[in-house]
Design a protein around this ligand. Structure first.
Ligand SMILES: Nc1ncnc2c1ncn2[C@@H]1O[C@H](COP(=O)(O)OP(=O)(O)OP(=O)(O)O)[C@@H](O)[C@H]1O
Ligand SMILES: [Mg+2]
Length: 276
């Protein structure tokens, strides 16, 4: 291979290129306080400001209890913030957005088949059309579940269940996808495959993704940036833009083989230790 073709085969992905097309989520000075039954207040998040660009993948890492799930509950509207603002959509263009939230537990209904579970999200938002059904079947087939449409969740592996849950979330056509430790219970191989699914989602549909994970490698492999939450109350202690040089398109394995990977790992680990 000559130098030119080696250069051609190299691919650098950076957050900057992804964010050019606008903002889909803007969080300003967000704070949250939980009030316990005995009336004592506990401030969990404080002064958190974060912007997510269209088609961007942001990974969030932070120790247990740092407020990651609380942040997702606030973004998705399950909780009302005690302070600050969350805007979904692009204030510049007036474009609106829709957030889909995939919880850590896949929460498939055991009495519904794979196809019926996949359609649950759209069903809850209104009537299921033939088009929904067709897209569900196409997506499930792409995830290797084409032969299991009529199967029940009990007959599926952990990875297959997560893919049904992901299909259910994606059929609602979100602008922003929130993934809270979606792959933590899975074996390494399945995890790498699902990471590739997430990267493909961004590439094919331009969807913006926020991924909460305890796995630093996963955070780097998928993220255009890695946001480190820390402190008590939790705030952003580092926001690191990830630029990886990969042979060909970035995927779960090529990202881990990038020459910059270890240095990012060290930096994030240091931030996590420092901000505990
Ligand atoms: N409903 C609630 N009422 C009171 N305190 C809460 C509530 N939900 C969460 N907390 C507290 O807020 C803090 C942040 O919780 P959160 O679930 O957001 O953490 P996390 O970063 O997602 O942790 P993990 O990595 O373990 O999932 C924790 O100390 C938790 O005990
Ligand atoms: Mg959590």
């Amino acid at each position: 291979m000559n130098t030119m073709s080696t250069m051609d085969a190299m691919n650098r992905t950076a957050a900057g290129t992804m964010r050019a097309s606008g903002t889909v989520l803007s969080i300003r000075e967000l704070g949250h306080v939980f009030i316990a039954k005995d009336g004592t207040a506990r401030k969990v998040l404080d002064g958190l400001t974060l912007e997510i660009g269209a088609g961007e993948i942001a990974s969030i890492v932070g120790r247990s209890g740092a407020g990651k799930t609380t942040l997702f509950n606030l973004i998705s509207g399950l909780l009302r913030p005690s302070a600050g603002r969350i805007e979904i959509g692009d204030p510049g263009t007036g474009a609106t957005g829709f957030v889909a939230y995939m919880l850590q537990k896949d929460l498939l209904l055991p009495w519904r088949t794979v196809l019926q579970n996949a359609l649950l999200g759209v069903e809850l938002r209104g009537a299921v059309t033939e088009e929904h059904r067709a897209s569900a079947e196409t997506m499930l087939a792409r995830y290797g579940l084409g032969a299991h449409l009529g199967a029940y969740p009990a007959a599926l592996s952990g990875g297959q269940r997560q893919r049904v849950a992901l299909t259910r979330t994606l059929l609602t056509a979100p602008t922003i996808l929130l993934l809270d430790e979606p792959f933590s219970a899975l074996d390494y191989e399945t995890r790498l495959m699902l990471e590739d699914d997430v990267l493909a989602l961004r590439a094919d549909r331009g969807i913006s993704i926020i991924l909460v994970t305890h796995d630093i490698e996963e955070a780097i492999a998928l993220g255009d940036r890695v946001v480190v939450l820390g402190g008590q109350p939790g705030k952003i202690i580092e926001d690191i833009s990830v630029v990886l040089t990969t042979a060909g398109r970035r995927d779960a394995v090529s990202a881990r083989e990038a020459p910059e990977f270890r240095a990012y790992h060290r930096r994030i680990w240091a931030a996590l230790r420092g901000g505990a």
